[in-house]
Structure formats: structure tokens, C-alpha cells
Design a protein around this ligand. Structure first.
Ligand code: ATP
Ligand code: MG
Length: 701
């Protein structure tokens, strides 16, 4: 019901800030405009990344409100994140007085409705269990691995609940879905059942229960359903490709027998199948909602043709209509192979800082990686470089339960063997990692690797007690004195969905991460491809893709191979630049492509020779050895130490190891040569160029 006193004139009215309905259609192309004004219900709007789906959804609400076909007070808009909900509400706030949409995630909306119901019935709201592990851990037996196993079981419970599967049907459902649970399915089912009982006994509800409880209330409580259906009449869902069966049931329960539903989504961005999402709802929308209309958008507004070509190549399709881009040509995406994962992180930190020095705001840049555990290296490198960061979604590395569990294990070991050296505790920890599930193992490995670094820094070998404060200082110094609104985003590929940045660094593009090691069947591999597409398509103009030849996993340095999907991506990048003979990128792409090919060939040969065994970690390549023994490199390091001391900044702030190695390899004779060395931005070139050139000249005679 419109608030009392709200009068709307039937004529074309002003909608606030001078926005008439006509103004609300301005700045849209023909197919977007069609999607905004379409009267069909239900309606699905399908289109690729960056084509304006979210923009159309907002405009559609605004336009239908301005033309009096919809009452803003009766709108329920489901967004994928709280941030997106906030943005939607802010944009619509500029519309006529009195109208306020309700927007939020499925969970937040369900909770709000349930709260009201509990309140109205004078019932105490159950407590919300934010981490399933809290209930699961005490059930897990062996304490040293309880947290990781609890986290793994929690993932299974979430999948089951997303698909409306109860403990009794879990085993059959897992089998039917061809899913490989981290523990025996029977064990998971038993823990699932015990978890549900515990929860009930302690009057707790988890996030998934919110959806189920809201559905149950709407389906079984006619008064409640009538109240909600009176209150909400127009439904909108963004990112519909990732809706789960439980969420769809909630949408249906909200709708009742009505059809005022508009969804937007992109089947190529379906990335939550592992968590129970059902992309088929969008792909076959007209089957799931009888009489529905499907419209498509056909231009990409976000990204340069270069970015679009590279992102689409990740999907691995050579067919289909080319995407029409609106942005002007931009710089070629940059592909960089690093010697180690640390070099990669340092080089990203450096590039980010150089870009900021040329006037780019921190918030226009993001660093994307496949797994949460990878954030540690970037948090560290960016903090050292004085770059303000924000770790999106998940918590910062040190605040994660997996990390807390590993540190606790380390402390317990130190208590039981007080005489043992810190590095030996790291070795023990590294051995223990073999028994841990993936997510936990990755975090433990990151801690072992940071621990080794700490031991070196400490001088005296370090101690467990000294390690934790060092970790905190090292990982969080980037927080100090920072304007939190202007920070570089660090986030996983998954978390990046729906977001956009001027410049994006897509990191760790290596086999084992892209695709993730546990993806082996075709369906999982397809998910991983789409995930890479999501990551690459976040970029507006600047796209940096990188990987490392070696990655430190725990105490081991592991030889890495580039992602098998780099090849089609590099081919697309090269084709984009075909013919125009443009600067460096074309050659660079060709070089990297050749390198990737030769690496893959080596891998194939080694596999044949060793009957498919893993390639053993290789020592430094010849190129690296040459650099390592080079007196020029030593001279450059000496120079860096002196400059850093004089300026009272860490050595890395002057130049990274990687940059020094690149200079030693390139042996630049002029400022132009030096400018072409990776890691030498304009600021560095101006400040240090002449001294570097003189060192090179002296050392090389
Ligand atoms: P994703 O699938 O990644 O969520 P999307 O389809 O939702 O992408 P939007 O985020 O709505 O795309 O739009 C991408 C970018 O293009 C935004 O910055 C948006 O403001 C801009 N944009 C969309 N349509 C137009 C247009 N007609 N004119 C100018 N800019 C546009
Ligand atoms: Mg969107």
C-alpha cells in the first residue's frame, strides 16, 4: 500500500533529480530499452558479462515505477551481495518520495520476514549459527584435524540444503549427482543428522535454515503468506544462473499464483554448481516458468575488445556470434610468467603502486586468485609496498578458522616439545598437512612458507610465540592509516562475480589452480572454465594475467605448469593484435605462447617416459642460473641496499628482486631499454634510471 498522502499525477511525472521516464531510458541501447519496458511476465534477461544486465534491472524497476506500473514499496529485489543491494537501493532512492524498494540477498530477505513473523507471534527468535563448524567440531573425534574436517562437512551440508536434501537422502543424492564428498558419504550423512539434532536441541538455525523456514512458513501458514504476498508484488532476481533449488522454491512461495517476476543472468557465469546451484533454471527459464518470455542483450559496455576477446576465449568456444563491444580499443592484456609465486605477488604489488603513482585510484584495481589461501602472499606483498587493501568477502587470512586451527596446532606442538627449534615445528606441520583436506592444507602450506620467511627475518631462528605477532604485523601493515574506501580489492574469482574494475590482475593461472586440482570430470572442468571467464571479464581496460613456474606449498617448492587454458587465451590476444604490428604485446604474447607450448610438450614427454608420474620439482633453469651468478645482479642489489638505507624504506620499495633480475638479464643501455623492463614504471625510471644505467655500464664494462 502506498504511504498515506502520497499523490501521484497520472501524467509523465518527474521522478526526482529530473528523471522522467524518458530520462530513465536515456543511455540505453535498443535491446536494453526493450528489456526495460517489456511488459511480459515472467521475464528473463539473458546476456554475457558486462552487457548491462544489472543496469537494466535497476532501470526497469525505476521506469516501471515512473510510469506507474509498479509500486516501489512492493518491490522485492534479490541481489547477490549486500553491497549490490545497497547500491540498488541508493540508485532508486532518487525516485519519487515515498517509494523504497526492499533489496537484499536471499538469506537477508528470508531472515527479515521470519523476524517479523516471530515478533508478531511473540516468539523468541532462535539464535543464528554463523559457522556450522562451531557445532560440528566437537562431533569430529580426532582433535588435531577436527576443524578442517568440520569445514569440509559443512560444505556438504550446505550443498544438501541448497538442493533440499535431508540427511536420510544425502547418500543417494550424492551418488545420483556423481559428487565426490570429502569424507565417506555415509559418514557425512551421519554427521549431518547429528548436526541437525544438536541444532534443534540448542535452538539454533543456520543460514540455510532461513531459506527453508521461510519457505515452510509461506507454504503452511496461510495468514503469513497472504501478508507477505500483499506486501510484495514485484520480484526481481539478479545473477539467476546461480539460484539453488531451495531459493527457487522461496521465489515460488513468494509469488504464489502470480507471475510478476523478472530475472537477469548469464549461463556462462554459472559458478556455484558445487554449492548446489542449478543453472538450468535460467537456461530453461521458459520450461520452469510457463508462458515466460526471454530477451537478450547484445553489446558489451564494460570492457575493451581486447579484454572481451581474451575472456571469451577462456570459455573455449570457437563458435557463436562475436560479442559486440562498445569501448574503444585498449591496451593488449599483459601476460607474465614469474619464476616464483613470491615474485608474482611482488610484481603485482609493484605494478599496482606504479599505476597509483600515475593517478589511478586504488579502488579501481583488483587482484583476483582462485583460492582463499592465495591471499596471504598478496596481503603480505601489498602491505610491504604500502598499498591499502581490502580482502573482500571472506576474512583476511589471519582471521580464518583454518588459519586459527593451524596456528593452534603449531602452539600445541611447541608446548609438548618445548626444546624443539621453530623450523623443526614447521617441518612437523608440513608433514601433518598431508592428512588435511584441500582448503586446510593450502592454508597450512601458506603458514609453513611464511614461517620460513619469519625464521630468516628473526635472525635467531624464531619461536612460535614470536611468529604470530610477526604474521600480524607483516600481513596487516597495509591497514595503517588507510582511507578504507580507497583500497585495492583482493578477492577470489568467485567473490568477483558482478563486480568491475578498471584494472584487474588475474593471478596464479597454473594447472592445479586454474583449473583447480580436484576438478576432474567434464562438468567440474566446465565450471572452472566459466570461473576463469568471470575473473577475466571483470576488467574494463587493464588486464594482467600471470602465473609462476614455482610455488612454495608448505616446505616444498613445487614446479608449476601454466594453465592449459592459457593457450587459447594467448591465441585470442594475439589475434586481437594481428596485423597492426602494435608495440611489444604481440611479440610478448607470441613468446609466452611458444614457452607455454614447449612447457606443455616437455610435460607430455616426461609423462610418457615416467608412465604419467608427476614431474619432479626442477632446479633453476639455465636462464635463472645465469642471472643468479651474475656480478651485475650483485651490484644492483648492493645499490638497492644503499638507496633503501638512505631513504629509510624497505629494499623492496626501491625495486623487487624480480625487477633486478630482469634488469640483469636485459642489460639495458638506454632509458628506453630500461623502460621496457617489467617492473620499471615511469616513476622509477625518472628517479633511478640514470643510476641503474651507470651500474649496468660499469658492471658490464
Ligand atoms: P555482469 O554479468 O558482470 O554482472 P552486467 O551484465 O550486469 O555484468 P553491468 O554491470 O550492468 O553488466 O554493466 C557493465 C558496465 O557497463 C557498467 O559500468 C554499466 O554502467 C555500463 N553500461 C551498461 N549499459 C550501458 C550503456 N547503455 N551505456 C553506457 N554504459 C553502460
Ligand atoms: Mg551484473
Amino acid at each position: 500500500m502506498a504511504p498515506a498522502g502520497l499523490v501521484r499525477s497520472p501524467a509523465v511525472e518527474r521522478t526526482g533529480d529530473g528523471e522522467t521516464p524518458a530520462a530513465l531510458l536515456a543511455g540505453l541501447d535498443a535491446s536494453q530499452r526493450d528489456a526495460v519496458v517489456h511488459t511480459a511476465r515472467p521475464l528473463a534477461i539473458l546476456a554475457g558479462a558486462g552487457s548491462g544486465k544489472t543496469r537494466v534491472l535497476t532501470r526497469r524497476i525505476a521506469w516501471h515505477a515512473a510510469t506507474r506500473q509498479l509500486d516501489l514499496d512492493r518491490v522485492l529485489a534479490v541481489t547477490f551481495t549486500r553491497k549490490a543491494a545497497g547500491e540498488l537501493v541508493r540508485r532508486l532512492e532518487r525516485l519519487p518520495a515515498g517509494g523504497r524498494v526492499t533489496a537484499g540477498t536471499f538469506h537477508a530477505l528470508a531472515l527479515a520476514q521470519l523476524r517479523r513473523r516471530w515478533q508478531e507471534r511473540g516468539r523468541r527468535a532462535p539464535a543464528l549459527l554463523e559457522h556450522k563448524a562451531r557445532v560440528l567440531v566437537p562431533m569430529m573425534g580426532d582433535r588435531s584435524t577436527a576443524v578442517p574436517r568440520a569445514v569440509a562437512v559443512a560444505g556438504e551440508i550446505e550443498w544438501a540444503k541448497a538442493r533440499l536434501i535431508d540427511p536420510e537422502h544425502y547418500v543417494a543424492a550424492v551418488r545420483a549427482a556423481g559428487r565426490r564428498p570429502p569424507l565417506a558419504a555415509g559418514d557425512v550423512a551421519a554427521l549431518f543428522a547429528a548436526y541437525e539434532q544438536q541444532k534443534q536441541r540448542r535452538r539454533l538455525v543456520d543460514f540455510d535454515d532461513l531459506i527453508a523456514l521461510c519457505v515452510r512458513a509461506l507454504e503452511h501458514d496461510a495468514d503469513f503468506a497472504a501478508g507477505q504476498r500483499f506486501r510484495f508484488r514485484h520480484f526481481f532476481v539478479d545473477e539467476f544462473q546461480d539460484v539453488t533449488p531451495a531459493q527457487l522454491r522461496l521465489v515460488r512461495a513468494w509469488l504464489g499464483d502470480r507471475d510478476d517476476l523478472c530475472v537477469v543472468g548469464d549461463p556462462d557465469q554459472a559458478i556455484y554448481r558445487f554449492a548446489g546451484a542449478e543453472p538450468g533454471y535460467l537456461q530453461r527459464f521458459a520450461e520452469h516458468f510457463r508462458g515466460a518470455t526471454v530477451v537478450e542483450l547484445d553489446h558489451n559496455y564494460r570492457s575493451t575488445p581486447q579484454v572481451v576477446a581474451v575472456a571469451r576465449a577462456a570459455l573455449g568456444r570457437r563458435t557463436g556470434a562475436p560479442v559486440r563491444t562498445v569501448q574503444d580499443e585498449g591496451p593488449a592484456p599483459i601476460f607474465t610468467e614469474h619464476r616464483t609465486d613470491r615474485d608474482e605477488a611482488r610484481s603485482v604489488a609493484e605494478a599496482v603502486r606504479d599505476a597509483h603513482a600515475t593517478g589511478r585510484p586504488w579502488r579501481s584495481m583488483a587482484v583476483l586468485y582462485r583460492t582463499n589461501a592465495q591471499s596471504a602472499l598478496f596481503e603480505e606483498a601489498l602491505a610491504r609496498a604500502g598499498v591499502p587493501v581490502r580482502v573482500r568477502g571472506g576474512s583476511r587470512f589471519l582471521d580464518r578458522p583454518e588459519v586459527a586451527a593451524v596456528l593452534e596446532l603449531l602452539r600445541a606442538n611447541a608446548r609438548s616439545c618445548p626444546g624443539r627449534r621453530f623450523v623443526d615445528h614447521l617441518v612437523d606441520l608440513d608433514v601433518d598437512t598431508h592428512a588435511m583436506p584441500d582448503q586446510q592444507r593450502e592454508h597450512a602450506a601458506a603458514i609453513v612458507s611464511l614461517g620460513r620467511e619469519y625464521a630468516v627475518h628473526d635472525g635467531a631462528g624464531g619461536s612460535v610465540d614470536g611468529f604470530v605477532p610477526w604474521l600480524r604485523a607483516t600481513l596487516q601493515s597495509g591497514d595503517l592509516g588507510v582511507d578504507s574506501d580507497d583500497a585495492v580489492d583482493l578477492l577470489t574469482f568467485h567473490r568477483a562475480k558482478g563486480l568491475e574494475y578498471e584494472t584487474v590482475f588475474v593471478c596464479g593461472v597454473e594447472r592445479g589452480l586454474v583449473p583447480i586440482a580436484h576438478a576432474i570430470n567434464t562438468a567440474d572442468l566446465d565450471d572452472e572454465r566459466r570461473l576463469l571467464y568471470v575473473a577475466l571479464s571483470r576488467a574494463g581496460r587493464g588486464l594482467h594475467v600471470s602465473w609462476a613456474r614455482e610455488r612454495t606449498l608448505g616446505a616444498q617448492v613445487v614446479r608449476r605448469e601454466p594453465s592449459p587454458w592459457l593457450e587459447p587465451i594467448l591465441t585470442a590476444a594475439r589475434e586481437q593484435h594481428g596485423g597492426d604490428g602494435a608495440k611489444l604485446p604481440r611479440d610478448a604474447a607470441a613468446n609466452v605462447l611458444a614457452e607455454v607450448r614447449s612447457l606443455l610438450a616437455v610435460r607430455a614427454r616426461t609423462d610418457e617416459a615416467s608412465g604419467g608420474a608427476e614431474v619432479p620439482p626442477a632446479g633453476p633453469t639455465r636462464r635463472d642460473r645465469t642471472v643468479l651468478d651474475d656480478p651485475l645482479l650483485e651490484a644492483l642489489r648492493e645499490w638497492r641496499r644503499a638507496v633503501a638505507r638512505a631513504a629509510a624504506v624497505p629494499a623492496f620499495a626501491i625495486a623487487s628482486d624480480h625487477t633486478l633480475q630482469s634488469i640483469a638479464l636485459a642489460r639495458p643501455a638506454s632509458l628506453d631499454d630500461l623502460a621496457a623492463v617489467p617492473g620499471i614504471g615511469p616513476a622509477r625510471l625518472a628517479r633511478h634510471g640514470p643510476s641503474i644505467l651507470s651500474i649496468v655500464a660499469t658492471a658490464t664494462g
